[in-house]
Design a protein around this ligand. Structure first.
Ligand SMILES: [Zn+2]
Length: 506
């Protein structure tokens, strides 16, 4: 409650700081009258219709016809807008605003700014965790904040941010694969995890046995892997884009091909199986199957089915494999805040936090619940490895798992994820990665597992995925970088009897 009031005061001060320099004399009156009336109208429709004001709504308004507009106009609407907007604007019009000299107005702005900064620091010190998780859980709030919601929406609409030209930039146009001499298909199963953080993987030294299911399965774990972003919408496109974290933007990625497109173009069959909220554009040109969200006995809850469903689908897909194939499995993983729904109850670690209001739980219960999701993810990776192992006599198959970003579980009062990578704690950016390669695949790739093991402790990031995927399938192109391909790094390692790979400078 105190944080809500504090936030209200902060926002009022912030808007005052932004407006103060312009609010002087007649210009100030006109500007404020305009803001008052438009804000009252927008607020009325937010309250009455429960709509969110985004650029989609602006587009609808622009493209609407007069009949629809008439339906929106009513006496109660007019009364509300009159009361909240027109009346204050009329008062302001008659009272007017004195023209202020710039010195005075600068001092006022500075004072307001100092007050806003003071309130902001107090809020951050006392309720950072609550506010951060509220904004994270309720992204819709920014579409409800008047007047920035409609200013942003109109700006976004005019900028046409979601209108891409339709032409997708071709990357790696020179990509080629040398025809394989082997009759056996080369198959990569790539599991893209969700919200799994390396800190809770016992393979990486976590004290609890969260990866027991992976023991005795010849899994190779990579200790130091950093994610590109701290949310799915950034990390997923980023890791397949080949842009690298430094050059990446969601918009850039949406307008160009990614690693999967290059694989498709060079004759690799690519499939995307999704048990999450979609592939964020990565699979736009790839055969995709969204997993069902209900109807499978014992596997589905209110809003989704457990990740086991992916192993079942994979089994069917592998039965049909005739050529070199990449199959991406996008898991639900540890997607919060309802961690307790991400695994079959009761879970190995008890007691648990069976609510999505995770701040209200005992911290240990919250960690138990999250650890149960990791333990369940381990079981699923094990299932997938077993499915792959069963097919290994017929194909050269490998399994690679990598998480999209980590998660905060209340450390320093931070929950969930999505902080800007510059500020994000390592819990949100240090992600688990692991690989499974049976003997014949090692032969096919000319990569003894000992070579790969010798470089497993090095530092990697999502930037490595693009070239590793191309390298796995032997795609030659100028866009491929051997110094980022984990397999090439391993082949060139000293443990493999070679001098370390010379890094090419960008
Ligand atoms: Zn994610």
């Amino acid at each position: 409650m105190a944080s809500t009031v504090g936030l209200g005061i902060f926002l009022a001060l912030l808007f005052a700081v932004l407006l103060r320099p312009f609010v002087t004399g007649r210009v100030g009156v006109v500007l404020l009258c305009f803001l008052l009336i438009v804000s009252a109208s927008v607020s009325h429709y937010l309250d009455a219709w429960g709509v969110l004001f985004d650029k989609g709504l602006v587009r609808n308004m622009v493209e609407t016809d007069t009949r629809e507009v008439r339906e929106l106009l009513s006496l109660p609407a007019f009364v509300d807008v009159f009361w909240r907007g027109i009346l204050p604007a009329a008062l302001l019009w008659f009272v007017g605003i004195r023209r202020a000299e710039w010195k005075r107005s600068t001092i006022h702005t500075a004072l307001l700014g100092a007050m806003a900064a003071g309130v902001a620091s107090a809020l951050l010190a006392t309720s950072y965790g609550t506010l951060a998780s509220t904004f994270r859980n309720h992204r819709e709030l920014r579409f409800q904040l008047v007047p920035t919601n409609y200013i942003n929406a109109v700006y976004g609409y005019l900028k046409g941010e979601d209108v891409t030209s339709g032409a997708i930039l071709r990357i790696a146009p020179d990509a080629r694969r040398t025809p394989s001499l082997s009759a056996r298909p080369l198959v990569l199963v790539l599991i893209v995890g969700e919200t799994a953080r390396a800190a809770n993987f016992s393979l990486g030294g976590y004290a609890r046995e969260t990866n027991a299911a992976l023991a005795n399965r010849d899994i190779l774990y990579f200790q130091n892997v950093v994610s590109c972003g701290t949310d799915t919408a950034t990390s997923l496109p980023c890791m397949f884009s080949g842009l690298g974290a430094e050059d990446f933007s969601v918009r850039k990625a949406r307008e160009r091909e990614n690693a999967l497109d290059v694989l498709l173009r060079t004759g690799v069959s690519v499939q995307w199986l999704d048990n999450n909220s979609g592939c964020k554009g990565v699979c736009a040109r790839v055969p995709t199957q969204q997993m069902p969200t209900s109807g499978i006995d014992g596997l589905c809850g209110e809003d989704a089915c457990q990740d086991e469903i992916l192993a079942r689908s994979l089994e069917e897909r592998l039965n049909e494999v005739k050529q070199d194939t990449a199959i991406v499995l996008h898991q639900m993983g540890s997607h919060g805040p309802a961690y307790y729904r991400r695994y079959p109850a009761p879970g190995k670690f008890q007691p648990t936090c069976d609510t999505n209001r995770i701040q209200s739980c005992d911290r240990q219960a919250l960690v138990n619940t999250y650890d149960n999701t990791i333990e369940y993810t381990s079981q699923n990776i094990a299932r997938i490895v077993d499915v792959a192992r069963a097919r290994a006599p017929a194909m050269d198959i490998a399994v690679l798992y990598i998480s999209d970003h980590g998660e905060s579980l209340g450390e320093r009062n931070i929950y969930l994820h999505g902080l800007p990578p510059m500020l994000a704690p390592s819990e949100q950016t240090h992600v688990p990665m692991l690989a499974w390669l049976p003997a014949r695949t090692q032969e096919r790739l000319k990569l003894p597992i000992s070579c790969l093991a010798s470089v497993a402790g090095q530092e990697y990031s999502h930037d490595n995925l693009f070239s590793t995927l191309l390298g796995f399938f032997g795609v030659a192109t100028a866009a491929y970088r051997a110094d980022l391909d984990v397999l090439a790094i391993a082949r060139a390692s000293r443990a493999c009897g070679n001098a370390p790979l010379r890094l090419t400078l960008k």
